[in-house]
Design a protein around this ligand. Structure first.
Ligand SMILES: *[C@@H]1O[C@H](CO)[C@@H](O)[C@H](O)[C@H]1NC(C)=O
Ligand SMILES: *[C@@H]1O[C@H](CO)[C@@H](O)[C@H](O)[C@H]1NC(C)=O
Ligand SMILES: *[C@@H]1O[C@H](CO)[C@@H](O)[C@H](O)[C@H]1NC(C)=O
Length: 800
């Protein structure tokens, strides 16, 4: 189990910035290799002070720097960092003394990044191993005591103590073992001749060499050394240098000559022919270089990649025909070439991003890597212009993608942000990546009506449910945030809820009449329609809709005086002395409609003596056409038609009974005034009525006579209150009567004007009833009116 070494190095300043920079706290752990998957490395949530409950919502995850194998993961419930894949230190770091697994812990909302270093400790899981099982060495019998012979090196995948620590040689008569240490700490052995050989005594011998490491428990490997004793007396080849150094740019072509080594042998012939070769090079180097056996040229034989191996160290040998060998070291340094373009990784991205985020909001984290070294590794990052985003350098090669302006989904709903990374190599390499970012809708637009206000015109007596007009509002937001619903704003029209007049279709905005409208009742009204979107919270706006009701000629003229035919028998007295052109009476009519529909015209359609009376076409005034003569019949009947000017026009008729008389004694004959066509029952009632009227008149005459008689002695107060009412249907404002006992034309005109003028000033809401003439309202007349009717030339009551 590894021990955790927590090393927080957090920059408190990070939070001063508008956006959240990746936190720069590091944690380090140390574990041994080959731990079972699922083993706990440490509690990273605790070590970083993260809220356990938020681990899954913040999408905690482990990223590796180069997106390779996922060695570790985080348990979201416990916050523990656990082994996910087998970690083999030898595969990961080979011979590197320090093997550190670099991971990143990424959290979102807000974005946060922690570096996690896991030091992988070696365990002694590899034994020392020789490349061959048998090593053949040929030694001349003339070799002197102390001569050294290089032995194969044993390899151990482990490092440090667990690597090869030493060798031991099986006890024998001739050789001792000498231990040496190479550059890099590698140990190798040499056979040292301790006692001269004698070919005649022993031609061959076999030795056992054991290599052991320092692990616990200790592991070891062996090789058999077969020594052949040679007879001749030769010179050993000698390399020109003990160490050959060469440098080679990476990606060098195959067959490129790296270096030429040479060794010279003083012998002649076969004994002087030197053969070069690699000596015990480790396997992985075998296919990278070739060494020509004769010329000593080292050539490239495989791919050279600085990023894989930056230098090679090899042992080379030179052997002559007799097998005498000497050794040298070849070191090839690889020179980095800018052959890796920077790589852009999208470490985190908030997508979609709400359109109402403030400028300066961090949208994503970008990581840029370049596998080259030094200058070739320096990367500059840029972003395309004309997008409201910028890149802000963060720790190391991390960049924050930050918004720089207010976003508006209704204008731009998505961005393709191209990020370009260029390194500083020569020539520089660059790569680019496009980040696709959608802008999410926020309900920031209220519905807007297409018109400032709406007007609807409807003719009265419309069918309930008929369409008046439609309103429309637009909302550019997305889906339900832009779905418009129409409704009527609650209000009252004439004391009734507006919903009893109109309805609006919530989806289409079409406005329907709920009831049939009556122009005579009201002529216009105003309602407010609200358009609301479906967002949360919803936004709304309202608009006024004025409804104008247009008149239809649906009211006949209403005759106020005389009362319509058949209802009563009012009689106008015409003095016998009346001259042509005298005003005799007046027909008064009103029409509840307006305008042309209330423009009345009067016409006599039947009369006893057609030449005697005329009627003013629009005034309704009845005048004598000529002087009354004695020959004229006393009873004159006129049937008057009143028509309005509507299309089609409506009319009403009335009968005017005129009595040419100065004398009330003639009154009983009034019964003859009625037309002969009346049926007997009506005649009977008429007779009763006439008798009543006669009686009344008689009484009246008597009273007048009495009054005349009294006049000389006392004031005539008796007249008050004893007045008959000839026209029962006049409203108060019709009450003034001129000297002839008929209404002055001005009043009739007033009545018309009153109706007409109301059309022009839209005071429709005021009740029309106020101005409608109630049929039961009785008109009061002053006694003087009657006095004049009866030609009382003696004077008014005031004279009394
Ligand atoms: C972004 O790229 C996608 C596909 O690459 C394309 O369909 C889309 O139209 C682009 N959008 C913009 C705003 O350029
Ligand atoms: C509507 O707006 C709200 C915020 O006002 C947002 O949360 C929601 O996602 C939006 N709906 C759609 C469909 O975009
Ligand atoms: C109707 O809209 C006006 C402004 O357009 C606003 O002042 C008023 O409050 C709105 N009325 C309602 C009931 O929403």
């Amino acid at each position: 189990m590894g021990h955790s070494g927590f090393a927080p190095r957090c920059c408190g300043l990070a939070f001063i910035f508008l956006f959240l920079r990746p936190a720069c706290g590091d944690v380090s752990y140390s574990i041994t290799e080959e731990m079972k998957p699922g083993s706990v490395i440490g509690n990273i949530a605790k070590d970083l002070g993260l809220d356990l409950g938020k681990l899954s919502t913040r999408r905690v995850r482990i990223d590796t720097e180069d997106n390779s194998v996922q060695y570790c993961s985080v348990n979201l419930n416990t916050g523990e960092l656990i082994v996910h894949e087998r970690i083999d230190r030898e595969a990961l770091c080979a011979k590197k003394a320090s093997c550190v697994l670099k991971l990143e812990l990424v959290l979102e909302n807000p974005l946060e990044l922690h570096r996690v270093n896991i030091r992988v400790e070696d365990i002694n899981d590899n034994s020392p191993q020789f490349k061959e099982e048998l090593l053949k060495i040929e030694i001349q019998e003339s070799a002197i005591k102390g001569a050294r012979f290089l032995l194969d090196e044993a390899h151990d995948g482990d490092i440090g103590e667990n690597a090869v620590q030493g060798y031991s040689l099986q006890a024998n008569d001739h050789f001792k073992l000498n231990l040496n240490t190479k550059g890099g700490g590698r140990k190798y052995g040499e056979l040292v001749l301790d006692k001269e050989l004698d070919r005649e005594d022993k031609r061959e011998m076999t030795l056992l060499l054991t290599a052991f490491d320092g692990g616990s428990p200790r592991r070891s490997g062996t090789i058999v050394i077969h020594v052949t004793v040679l007879d001749a007396n030769d010179n050993v080849p000698v390399f020109s240098k003990a160490v050959y150094k060469a440098s080679l740019p990476e990606n060098s072509h195959l067959d490129t000559v790296v270096i030429t080594v040479s060794a010279s042998d003083a012998d002649e012939g076969v004994n002087g022919e030197v053969t070069y070769g690699f000596d015990h090079v480790s396997d992985e180097n075998n296919n990278v270089f070739t060494l020509h056996p004769k010329t000593g040229e080292v050539r490239v034989a495989g791919p050279i990649d600085y990023e894989k191996e930056s230098s090679y160290e090899m042992q080379i040998s030179a052997k002559d025909g007799l097998g005498l060998a000497s050794y040298a070291t070849l070191v090839v340094e690889i020179i980095d070439i800018n052959d890796n373009a920077p790589l852009i990784y999208e470490k985190s991205l908030t997508n979609p991003i709400a359109e109402n985020v403030l400028p300066g909001t961090e949208v994503g984290i970008i990581n840029v890597q370049d596998r080259d070294s030094e200058k070739n590794r320096q990367v500059r990052c840029s972003i395309q212009p004309n997008v409201p985003f910028k890149l802000v350098p963060s720790i190391k090669n991390y960049y924050s993608l930050v918004s720089t302006a207010h976003l508006d989904r209704e204008l731009v709903s998505e961005y393709n942000i191209t990020i370009t990374a260029t390194d500083e190599g020569s020539p520089p390499l660059s790569s680019s990546k496009t980040v696709h970012l959608s802008v999410a809708d926020v309900n920031d637009n209220p519905p807007v009506f297409e018109e400032q206000s709406y007007s609807a015109y409807v003719t009265e007596n419309n069918k309930p449910g008929s369409t008046l007009c439609s309103v429309a509002a637009r909302d550019p937001d997305w889906r339900q945030n832009g779905t418009v619903i129409y409704s009527l704003l609650a209000a009252e029209v004439n004391g009734a809820p507006v919903s009893s007049y109109l309805s609006v279709n919530g989806d289409t905005g079409v406005i329907h009449a709920v009831r049939s409208f009556d122009y005579e009742h009201f002529r216009s009204f105003k309602v407010h329609v609200m358009a609301r979107d479906n967002g949360s919270p919803p936004l709304s706006s309202n608009v006024s809709v004025s409804v104008f009701i247009t008149d239809v000629n649906d009211n006949s003229p209403q005759i106020l005086y005389p009362s319509p035919e058949g209802n009563s028998f009012m009689t106008e007295l015409v003095p016998k002395a009346a001259h042509g052109g005298s005003l005799v009476s007046k027909v008064i009519a009103v029409d509840a409609d307006s305008g042309q529909n209330a423009w009345l015209s009067y016409q006599i359609i039947k009369s006893t003596d057609p030449g005697l009376f005329t009627i003013g076409l629009h005034s309704g005034e009845i005048r004598t056409q000529r002087d009354i003569s004695e020959s004229d019949s006393m009873k004159q009947n006129l049937i008057v038609a009143v028509k309005d000017n509507g299309q089609p026009s409506l009319s009403a008729t009335c009968t005017m009974y005129l009595l040419i008389s100065d004398n009330l004694a003639e009154v009983p004959e009034l019964k003859d005034i009625s037309y002969d066509e009346n049926n007997s029952k009506l005649t009977f009632y008429l007779i009763i009525a006439l008798v009543c009227v006669s009686t009344f008149f008689l009484t009246f005459i008597i009273i007048i006579l009495g009054v005349r008689f009294c006049r000389r002695r006392k004031p005539r107060l008796l007249f008050d209150g004893a007045v008959a009412i000839p026209s029962a249907y006049l409203p108060p404002n019709y009450a003034e009567v001129d000297g002839t006992g008929t209404l002055r034309s001005a009043y009739n005109y007033d009545a018309y004007l009153t109706t007409g003028s109301r059309t022009s000033d839209f005071k429709f809401v005021s009740s029309y009833n106020d101005n409608t003439l109630p049929a039961d309202q009785t008109l009061r007349k002053s006694p003087s009116d009657f006095a004049e009717v009866f030609g009382d030339s003696d004077g008014s009551p005031e004279e009394c």
